[in-house]
Design a protein around this ligand. Structure first.
Ligand SMILES: NC(=O)c1ccc[n+]([C@@H]2O[C@H](COP(=O)([O-])OP(=O)(O)OC[C@H]3O[C@@H](n4cnc5c(N)ncnc54)[C@H](OP(=O)(O)O)[C@@H]3O)[C@@H](O)[C@H]2O)c1
Length: 267
């Protein structure tokens, strides 16, 4: 029962969280916030130096520890989770947040870019799940969150590799959630809209409902304390994108054609 209480909220946590994609952007800010809230945070990404700088920023508390790794290395990730559990104890919550993005118009259609983005955004989540699900299932408890995007709701112009990879993550989470729930492990989705991070700094267009990283972390922290499958934000943009998801193809494709024409007009 004490264990149950500890797992359900973030207000007074004492557990271990494995946060992947923590060197920059949303993940970095989330790591600091979770540490401040009392979690022991194992942070993973490819950049050891950035993770060590992050751990140093939370120094004194010792609450952030660097475990560098690459999500495209499935065997490496399994070993990484074993190391985390050996050093910090059982992982109570895993947040698979890593991501890669590159806009791509038709003129630059490139299978290599699709492969790169799918390897990180989709298969990277698969590899993370393969590493963290077995110990959680064995214990009969645990929480897993995967970061997709509101851009995964429907195919969006000039974003095919990214949009498709995030649609795959959403679909994957829907597929796995019921079976995992049966095993005592919760699986949830984080679907952000536009957030100001190194990922979106490369966008040339005006991003609707763009929010700062801190606002994104506020929404995630609130979502962690609530129930429900999906944490989506910012709310107005999430509502628009959910409405878009309901539109019939004729209307949806008419709208996206207008987006393409407007984009061509600007360039
Ligand atoms: N920013 C937005 O507007 C927005 C909107 C919707 C969804 N999202 C999603 O939110 C998540 C965080 O994005 P962000 O905006 O914070 O982007 P970001 O600042 O670019 O962060 C991406 C993170 O993923 C890590 N990463 C990339 N490839 C990796 C790999 N092969 N192995 C391990 N880690 C890897 C990066 O670290 P290293 O380079 O050190 O490996 C970095 O820590 C992503 O899943 C993104 O798709 C973002």
């Amino acid at each position: 029962m004490a264990e149950q209480t500890r797992m359900e909220g973030t207000a007074n946590p004492t557990g271990v969280v494995w946060l992947v994609g923590a060197s920059t952007g949303i993940g970095r800010a989330l790591a600091l916030r979770l540490a401040a809230a009392g979690w022991c945070v194992a942070v993973t990404s490819r950049s050891r130096d950035k993770l060590e700088a992050l751990a140093a920023e939370a120094s004194g508390s010792g609450r952030i520890q660097a475990f560098p790794g690459d999500v495209t290395d499935d065997a490496g990730l399994k070993g990484l989770v074993e190391d985390i559990e050996a050093q910090l104890g059982a992982v109570d919550m895993a947040i698979l947040n890593q991501g890669d993005y590159e806009p791509m118009g038709l003129e630059a259609f490139d299978p290599a870019l699709f492969r790169r983005i799918v390897e990180i955004n989709y298969l990277g989540v698969v590899n993370g799940l393969a590493a963290i699900m077995p110990p959680m299932i064995q214990r009969g408890r645990g929480r897993i969150l995967v970061t997709a995007s509101l851009a995964g709701y429907r195919g969006l112009p000039r974003a095919a590799p990214y949009s498709a990879s995030k649609a795959a993550v959403i679909n994957l989470a829907e597929s796995l959630q019921p079976e995992l729930a049966q095993k005592g492990v919760s699986l949830r989705l984080i679907n952000p809209g536009f957030v100001k991070t190194p990922m979106t700094d490369k966008n040339q267009f005006k991003m609707p409902f763009l929010i700062e990283t801190d606002a994104a972390v506020d929404a995630i922290m609130k979502g962690l304390d609530r129930k429900g499958f999906e944490i989506s934000f910012p709310r107005p943009f999430a509502i628009i994108m959910k409405t878009l998801r309901l539109l019939p193809y004729g209307l949806f494709l008419w709208l996206t054609l207008r987006m393409v024409k407007a984009d061509e007009g600007e360039n």
